[in-house]
Design a protein around this ligand. Structure first.
Ligand code: AP5
Ligand code: MG
Length: 214
């Protein structure tokens, strides 16, 4: 089962992708998480990616595509994977198609989580992420059991560097210009499904499960 999560920044791609990965036993691959891990570890890739991420811009395709193509060829992806935050541009989608076509494969589902811009800006101000494992919380809709502490690993919860309101606004503009065209791209290939991302977390997940099957 090979799945792409589409949606604006803060639509809930990561939240739903983690639940999909658990239920269907496939790896969750988030390019944002991979870049943030590289920034934390001070790698060359991390240094380059940070320049773009801090501005709310996209990291160039040439730094992104090979990384994902390598990742989906690892052994744990044999039964499928859920991509979160990739592809984000038409050239990225084409690179993914080309890489899979070499093995006579293609993506099975593209799930677009629909949330209007106004709700996104509100959501982002309440998001908290674990510095250690990257798990995501929301101070109102998905709070941790103990304030400021990750339920999974006990790590400290902080606000992401790119969640400042002005950077969120920029990320939304970039989304509409560069990523939204992917909705038509996947409509044409016949694998697009849309879900209402303004509902409660579990209701959104129930819609996703209806699409993917029990
Ligand atoms: P990335 O990490 O992918 O960020 P994003 O797409 O901006 O999306 P977010 O992670 O902010 O949101 P999400 O949809 O995962 O929502 P979440 O589940 O956290 O990318 C960051 C940056 O890296 C990019 O700006 C770019 O620079 C770079 N990058 C990454 N991939 C790239 C690529 N392929 N090419 C180029 N550059 C790339 O939910 C958000 C909040 O809402 C949380 O607090 C959550 O608890 C809450 N929430 C979730 N669902 C609900 C709900 N149903 N109701 C109420 N609250 C909810
Ligand atoms: Mg995310």
């Amino acid at each position: 089962m090979k799945i792409i999560m589409l949606g604006a920044p803060g639509a809930g791609k990561g939240t739903q992708a983690i639940k999909i990965a658990e239920k269907y036993g496939i790896p969750h691959i988030s390019t944002g998480d991979i870049f943030r891990a590289n920034i934390k570890n001070g790698t060359e890739l991390g240094k380059k990616a940070k320049e773009y991420m801090d501005k709310g811009a996209l990291v160039p395709d040439e730094l992104t595509c090979d990384l994902v193509v390598d990742r989906i060829h690892q052994d744990d992806c044999a039964k499928g994977f859920v991509l979160d935050g990739f592809p984000r541009t038409i050239p990225q989608a084409e690179a993914l198609e080309k890489a899979l076509a070499k093995d006579n494969e293609k993506m099975d589902y593209a799930i677009d989580i629909e949330v209007p811009d106004e709700s996104i800006v509100k959501r982002m101000s309440g998001r908290r992420a674990c510095v250690n494992c990257g798990a995501t919380y929301h101070i109102v809709s998905a709070p941790p059991k103990v304030e400021g502490i990750c339920d999974h690993c006990g790590g400290k919860l902080t606000t992401r560097d790119d969640d400042k309101p002005e950077t969120v606004q920029k990320r939304l503009t970039v989304y509409h210009e560069q990523t939204q065209p992917l909705i038509d791209f996947y409509k044409k290939t016949g694998i697009l499904h849309s879900v209402d991302g303004t509902k409660q977390l579990d209701e959104v997940f129930a819609e996703v499960v209806k699409i993917l099957g029990e």
